[in-house]
Design a protein around this ligand. Sequence first.
Ligand SMILES: [Zn+2]
Ligand SMILES: [Zn+2]
Length: 444
Amino acid sequence: MKLIRFLGAAGEVTGSGYLLTTDNGDTYLVDLGMFQGNPESEDLNFAPLDFDVSSLKAVFLTHAHIDHCGRLPLLFKQGYQGSVYATKPTQDIAHISLLDSAKIAKLEHPQLDVYDKDDVQAVFENTEVVGYGEEFEVGSLKVIYRDAGHILGSASIVISEGDERIVFSGDLGNTPQDLIKPTEYIERASTVVMESTYGDSVHPQEDTDAVLLSEINEVEKTNGVLLIPAFSVERTQELLHIIGHLKSRGVVEAQTPVYVDSPMAIKITEVFKKYPNMYNSELANDEHPFEFEGLKFTKRAYESKAIHEYSGAKVVIAGSGMMSGGRIIHHLHNYLSLPSTRLLIVGYQAEGTLGREIEGGAEYVEVKGENIPVRATITRIHSMSSHADQPRLLHWLKEIDGVKQVFIVHGEEDARAVLTEKIKEQIELSDIVLPLMNEVHEVV
Ligand SMILES: [Zn+2]
Ligand SMILES: [Zn+2]
C-alpha cells in the first residue's frame, strides 16, 4: 500500500472517509460519511466528490452510522458501479438511515441537487455482504472484518497487501455492551487508523438500571410522563432491554405504557430482532428481547398523537436524540411546562441543539415557535455510550502486534492530542500522525 488520503474525520469527529492507493495504483475507499454539526463542513455533504470515482475498485464500510455511510449514495450518483462491502446488519441499518437522510436532505436543501432514493437503492443493491472473520480478496488486497462491538454489525477492517497490513478501527465500542458481542482485538498490523472520540476521557461508572427505575417510579407516583429522547440505533434498543428487565422483576408496573414513538427506531428494532446470532450471551438468553407488557410501537402519526390522550403515567422514547427534530418535539411542546414531567437525557447533546439548551438549564426554550417554560425535572445519564473511552482505546491499540505507524482520526483536536500523549507514554511508538482534511500520507 502506498498512500492514504483523509477525506474527513481529520481533526473532527464526523465525515469519516479514507482513500487508499495500493502499490499498483488502484484506489479503494473505507467509509464515506456525512459531516454533522459544523456548518462549514456540512456544506461538503452534497458537493461533488473530488476524486476519480470511475477508477475506484471497491468500498469497505465499517458501520451504518450516518457519519460513516452518509455520502455513499453520492458515489453512485456520480457513476460508481462497484461494490460496497458490509456486514448484513450494516446493509439493513444503512438502508433505513440513508432513505431517511435522502428525505431530510430534500426538505432542508431544496436548492441543492442532493441524492435521492434511487441512489440509496444503488448502495443497497451493490452491497456485498461479508461476515466477521471471513477473509476475502479484492484486487491485490486481502480483507477481513472484525467485530468492533460499537453498534449492531459494526466492524474494524483489516486490509493486507503482501506483508503490509493496515487496520481501520471504525468506531470502537464501549465494550462490553448490553446488547452486542464484545470488541474483537486485532492480532497484527503495521499501520493503524484509529478513532479518538473519547480519547481524553474516562466513562463514569453509573447504575443505569437504577436511574431508569427511579425515573419511571417517580412518574408512576404522580401520573406524569417520562420523556426519553434517544437515538434510533442501539440506544432505543438498550432502553427497551433494561425496561423489559425492570418489568419482569415487577419493580415497574406492568400496565405503565412505554411508547417507542419513532418510525425509524421501530424499523431498527425490527432489524435487531433479525440477528439474534449477533447478541451477546446475556441477551441471547432473553426469550423475547425488546418485547414486554405495556410496550407500544407508535409508527403512524395518529398513533403518536393519541399518546397525549392517555392520562396515566407513561414513558415516551422518541427521536431525535438531541431534540433537534423528530417526534420528541411535539412531546416537549406538550409536557415540558408541567412539573410532573421528567426528562431523561441519555446521550450526547451537541452545541447548538435544543437538547444542549435544556441540558444547560435553560428556564425557557423555543419549541415549535413558542416560548415554553421548562418546569420538568431534568436528569442525565452519562454512562450510556457506544464508544470506547480512553482506557479502552489504549487497550485496543496495545493488543496489536507489529505497529509502526498510527493515524489518529475521528476526534476533536483536544481528544486526539491527549490520546497521542497517552500512547507515547504507554507504548513505544514514534510515528503518530494527526492528519488534517485532504492530507495525503504515505503508508509505511
Ligand atoms: Zn459510529
Ligand atoms: Zn463515527
